[in-house]
Design a protein around this ligand. Structure first.
Ligand code: NAD
Ligand code: ZN
Length: 356
């Protein structure tokens, strides 16, 4: 059994919008304190998702628990398990912590593979402490096995951004050759969505802003990039999207931007029978779907919320086979406040991953 220190580093806030502090002497749950089903994970890397920023800002209808250790893209190894834990995982197994930390696995949602909507779901970095720390408690049933040989820093962003967009693509009602628009394409979720979509043969149009993001997406084989800041006149962006998608608009639009405008634009540029997949979670935002045109164009509007355990395994498998590779900037855990400032301004191409 590895040595477990009594304390270690964690990044904590006590109230939403309050100071974010680095606690170098955060209590580590000891192996004897773990309950059956719980595992202690020594984290090596954690991604920073825009959801973590929403959590700190208290953006959503139900605020997070406080004090909170945020983070839900954790990659590390199991160092202890509660007595009586029924699992094939072992001490030393590489595992990932995702947003869905735990669920009952017995309700209608869980039995149908829709674990995210389990009424008893526990959420890493929201209702339970997450991955912005060196040692985290999680749940054997839900941690995701990381393929041996896949680097921890590469696995980390797949555990939320990757699984979420892979699931969103599966819900987009598209087939190889179809046009899909990814709005927010240069961000953490978006740049992975572009890669999963091209990997399965979709024709991808990314919407975001700036030359860094344009170049990044071109390197993944995206068919087109539209800079939303260069198409600001009334109806201009919609015209441009339709133009690059064969004149008729895309078969699906996956909205991964953290701002609201992208949703209503998508309803206008989708082609008939097109699907709007709602992923990004801007606060206080409404989708204004005109009833007549929703019916007349036979549109579908689908909410897509992370993914289940199998979706996470599939998403990691693409990374293990190098079909998908996150664009990473690695920083130290202490840098979280600066990362939030840059994220707020939309200034990160790809994902920032913190060394725990
Ligand atoms: P991010 O900040 O890395 O990326 C967002 C991107 O959107 C940025 O590149 C930004 O430039 C771009 N953007 C902003 N306004 C835009 C506009 N009008 N049109 C096109 N692009 C625009 O954020 P992220 O970590 O990728 O997360 C994105 C959103 O997805 C957040 O709201 C997050 O909470 C949400 N999310 C949802 C789920 C889910 O299960 N549905 C899971 C994870 C994250
Ligand atoms: Zn996330």
């Amino acid at each position: 059994m590895p040595d477990i220190p009594k304390t270690a580093k964690a990044v904590v806030f006590d109230e939403c919008n309050g100071p974010i502090r680095v606690d170098n002497e955060h209590k580590v749950v000891q192996p004897s304190e773990l309950k059956a089903g719980e595992v202690l994970v020594k984290l090596e890397y954690t991604g920073v998702c825009h959801t973590d920023l929403h959590a700190w800002k208290g953006d959503w209808p139900v605020p997070p628990k406080c004090p909170l250790v945020g983070g839900h893209e954790g990659a590390g190894r199991i160092v202890a398990m509660g007595d009586g834990t029924d699992t094939q995982l072992k001490i030393g197994s590489p595992v990932g912590l995702k947003w869905l930390a735990d669920s009952c696995l017995n309700c209608e949602a869980c039995l149908g593979g829709q674990e995210a909507t389990c009424a008893n779901a526990k959420l890493s970095g929201y209702t339970v402490d997450g991955s912005f720390q060196q040692y985290a408690v999680s749940y054997a049933k839900h941690v995701t096995p990381i393929p041996e040989g896949l680097a921890m820093e590469i696995a980390a962003p797949i555990l939320c951004a990757g699984v979420t967009v892979w699931k969103a693509i599966k819900q987009s009602n598209t087939k190889p050759g179809d046009f899909v628009v990814i709005s927010g394409a240069g961000g953490g979720l978006g740049h992975l969505a572009v890669q999963y979509a091209t990997a399965i043969g979709l024709r991808v149009v990314g919407i975001d802003t700036g030359d860094d993001k344009r170049k990044l997406l071109a390197s993944y084989g995206a068919d087109d990039f539209i800079d939303f800041k260069q198409h600001t006149g009334k109806g201009k962006l919609i015209e441009e999207v339709k133009r690059v998608c064969g004149g008729e608009g895309p078969h699906a639009a996956i909205i991964t931007s953290a701002g609201g405008a992208a949703y209503n634009e998508a309803l206008e540029y989708l082609r008939p029978h097109g699907t709007l997949v709602a992923v990004g979670l801007p606060p206080n935002t409404t989708i204004n779907a005109d009833v007549f045109f929703t019916v007349f164009k036979a549109l579908r509007i689908v909410g897509s919320y992370v993914g289940n355990r199998q979706d996470a395994i599939e998403a990691l498998d693409f990374a293990a086979r190098q079909k998908v590779k996150p664009m990473l900037e690695i920083q130290n855990l202490d840098k979280l406040p600066e990362v939030y400032e840059r994220m707020e301004k939309g200034g990160i191409a790809g994902r920032i991953v913190l060394k725990c």
